[in-house]
Design a protein around this ligand. Structure first.
Ligand code: MG
Length: 104
């Protein structure tokens, strides 16, 4: 499955619920930040070794996966509303990073 297929599923989901009117670039960018906050809550006040121990717990990993998904969903919707080809943008950025940070 390509990213564009996932975006299509997300657009269909939101259109069937008539949520397009809420999905302005600003609202989607705010939603990305809010969901990142929810993801960060999963790690708040925990030391690295405590997090590694918790990651052995399936429910903890599931909840982190849900927050990562929330972030990705809003990022993909934001890219769509900004008419950004996110697959191309991602690959261009990876290539740019390869040039910026050469191997040792
Ligand atoms: Mg969330």
């Amino acid at each position: 499955m390509h990213i564009s297929d996932i975006i299509e599923i997300l657009i269909d989901f939101r259109n069937r619920r008539e949520w397009k009117k809420y999905h302005t670039p600003k609202n989607l960018a705010l939603s990305v930040a809010i969901e990142v906050g929810e993801l960060l809550e999963m790690f708040q006040w925990k030391k690295d070794d405590e997090i590694l121990k918790e990651l052995e717990n399936e429910d903890y990993r599931r909840r982190i996966g849900e927050e990562i998904s929330d972030v990705l969903i809003y990022l993909l919707l934001l890219a769509h509303e900004c008419e950004i080809d996110v697959e191309k943008a991602l690959m261009d950025k990876i290539k740019k990073n390869e040039q910026k940070y050469p191997e040792r």
